[in-house]
Design a protein. Sequence first.
Length: 328
Amino acid sequence: MDGAGRLGRSLRSRGPQADLKAAAIGAVVLLRERLGRPARVPARPVIDRAPSNRVILLIERYLPNRLGVALTVMMLLGSAGFGIVKGGHLDDFLAALSDTRNALANSAGFRITTVVINGRKQLSQDEVLAIGGVNGRSSLLFLDAATVRDKLKANAWISDATILKLYPGQLQIDIVERTAFALWQQDGRLSVISEDGAVLEPYVSRRFVTLPLVVGKGADVRARDFLALLDRYPHVRSVTKAAIFVGERRWNLRLKDGLDIRLPENDIGNALAVLSKLDKEERLFSRDIVAVDMRLPDRLTVQLSEDAAKAREELFKDKKPKKKAGDA
């Protein structure tokens, strides 16, 4: 470039050295391929990066790859479960899971083909199965007898139940039903109750019309003892329309003709005996009266009807002596 030929000499001097170096490397590569040794690949330059977190380094060093995959799957399942619960679809998901499980068991030969129900009187077979949660998709293999029993006992009509699974496909249910004992009226509502006071159902069926009627708060649990005592006096029981529990302390009787009998709080049996005797001897229930008060132990008070009271007042007026002329 400067006319002295320095650049040209420099280029010419490096050319043979580069050619010799390239030839030597090629010879070495060919020789190693002949001998079956892989050629050594020059190491890649290491990228310098910031040091990782110590916890991450430990996880990368000691955590197996398969465990990492398992944890990832668990995280995905947990997210899906959270979405199901948060979205309010848990019941639907569990029902679908249960149906799938039962379908597999049914296909394996554990379908419920025979159902025997003993002890039912008021409830139908379909009602018992529906209460127990047994349907056409249920399989005998996965049927939880304890759960079915608890569901049945939760029904007011059923006091006890026994569940028996007979493989491969028979289900036997033995139940003990409560008996309709009385009608109970409270706050304008009329219900059918058992002897222990359990409300069996609202009064909607005429088949219970002959049951005795008890009225008032607390009458449901006290009715059994009182009605048992009233049964000792069949004449009084036969004319009684309702037994009314007053103030959760004592009973009144409402007779079929509207007469009210106010019984004492204590010694009810003696009061009923006196009442029965008075009607047999004095025809008390046929008198023109509206109430008989027996709350005081030493007396019996009779309240006349309005017409009877007026008639009695007129009678006493007629019996009063008339004043003579000249009497002061």
